[in-house]
Ligand binder design. Structure first.
Ligand SMILES: [Zn+2]
Ligand SMILES: [Zn+2]
Length: 122
């Protein structure tokens, strides 16, 4: 993992619960269904891609190189919504690695269409 410290960036980012309208449940924070379309995420994603030089960190750990274009939540959003925008919980990966990191999503597109119980949250 990168040695970067968990910094708070001067982007005027409010704590996550407030970013998302502050809807509180028992566990604290609810990530909206359109999380991946929110401005805060779009900006954060670019930030992480740039931090990681658009390089897949998983391939890199394995001694290889792949261009990465997916920002993955190391602790999944559903489990740790409070880490949704935490730099240390985000890593750039390639699509192949991302699929490997989400065995639950390893279905053919057709199959996943039929399994629409779980919305696309990764
Ligand atoms: Zn990879
Ligand atoms: Zn992911």
């Amino acid at each position: 993992m990168s040695p970067s410290l968990p910094t708070v960036h001067g982007m005027g980012l409010a704590p996550v619960p407030y970013l998302f309208g502050g809807e509180q449940h028992g566990r604290g924070i609810t990530i909206p269904d359109n999380f991946y379309k929110t401005g805060v995420w779009v900006r954060k994603r670019v930030e992480i891609l740039e931090r990681d030089n658009h390089e897949c960190q998983r391939c890199k750990d394995a001694g290889g190189y792949s261009k990465g274009n997916v920002v993955h939540h190391i602790k999944h959003l559903e489990d740790r919504p409070d880490l949704a925008l935490d730099d240390d919980n985000l890593m750039t990966v390639c699509e192949a690695c991302h699929n490997a990191l989400h065995p639950e999503r390893m279905r053919t597109p057709e199959a996943s269409k039929r399994r629409q119980i779980t919305p696309e949250r990764w």
